[in-house]
Ligand binder design. Sequence first.
Ligand code: C2O
Ligand code: CU
Length: 544
Amino acid sequence: ATRRHVNFVIDYVNVSRLCHNKSLIAVNGKFPGPTVRVTEGDHIIFNVTNLVEHNVTIHWHGVLQVLTNWVDGPEYITQCPIQPGRSFVSEFQIVEQRGTLFWHAHIQWLRATVHGAIVIQPRHKPSYIPSIKPSHEHIIILGEWWNADVGDVLQDALDIGRGYAIPDALTINGYPGALYNCSQHLTQRFRVTKGETYMLRLVNAALNFPLYFAIANHTLTVVEADAEYTQPLETDVVMLAPGQTNDILITANQPEGNYYMACSVFNPNSNIANVPHPNISATAVLTYSSSLASNISFSQLQLPSLPAFDDILYVANFTQSLRGYYAMNIPQEVHYDLLYTLSYSFLPCPTCQLPPYPGQRITTSINNETFVLPEISLLEAYYNHINGVYETDFPEKPPYEFNYTGIEASDIPTSNLGTKVTVLEFGKTVQIVFQNTHSLGYDLHPIHLHGQNFFLIGEGFGNYNASLHASSFNLRDPPFRNTVAVPSGGWAAIRFTTHNPGVWFMHCHFDLHSTWGMNTAFIVKNGQGKNETLPPPPANMPPC
Ligand code: C2O
Ligand code: CU
């Protein structure tokens, strides 16, 4: 295997957007951060140096970290943070994945500015669309711009227990684009040559928003999701939830000129009046090469047409149309059959006096458990048999049944605070049905699992009912993903096999929801065979 060195220096950088100057935390002086290019099978030596006055950890989102759980990155799950002035060198291999992923800070809300793309070239040439070979590629990172310090936004979310955490702009590769103040001259241009086909590597790095993406007059062909090939899916608009990635082919088959690309928010909270969200799109421009020398006349550009911000049916149709490319061996026998409800919930809060819930703070929960981060890493506690850090009785089912998708705010329970995990034997199959609830709103929840991909075998609206729905699971060509957008007002079913020992975080990839507690972790025990045991920690693990 090729040894590849990746060096990150975390430092402050001055950036100005929307006529607002700001010092933000970034990697190697770049916002968004550098693209990491690797080849499947590479052995990575990853050196992170922290030069800011803030603790840091970095997570390679979607990288499976086979037998390298210690360097996965989520704070207080697998490691303690890298403290100011320190560095951490980790080593791991890129195993059996190809496509686009992203790396990001995994501590508080630092990933707002500390993120970048990961491109994994296949070891053997791709064969996913034999007839089309993209000649070039462009990286497109969808994100957000905050005039405020995101640390303050996070603190508000915790102190007040409400608020929607709305950024000041959406961004494409860090730039809001022509529709925002002071942004037109910085609009990003992506160059194409007429007749050629391009691979767009798309990442949703936004903290709290699922996003639509489209390009005026151009059809998108999705060929990969979360670094696994999909059957080619032609569409005008894709929807990515935070944490999701897609590789998309486009052919420059339109008249020479400039074409808007745009992203906008998908927010299914249409039932709640006044839920704010940026109702303005981030834009960039696809420029055919002969138009490159000339200025763009923005007023003449047409925006691509994007679905309404609450178009639940569009999103359901899109996500259900996405199929895995390979016929995979979907495990038929289920050893752990879990039902997890995803909810808002309340905790008593004497200092929270805002209407309409005075004295209560909004939290989030899974099966009514609101996750609390421990003070040393769960992995360290597990590995060294340290008692009192976590409990192993995370509930397999919701504590009681109710009409999950018909619930009123008055039914919202008080949740239990705790650090509860689920212990799994090695080599077993886990099925989880995520049941969304309507408590306080129709949010979608992008649930992300660390350490292994899962098959997304079913989803639907309403309450999950095993006798009705289990027989319709797709065990033929489900997509193999790391993040599932659990539909608002519905459910999603996943299946995976435990073959990677260690402690694996699973959480909502909205930072707001994760901060409020929509998290849990799995402990996968060692297996019996060779290469089925978690090795000891690297010598230079960051101290707590
Ligand atoms: Cu993208 Cu737990 O992370
Ligand atoms: Cu969520």
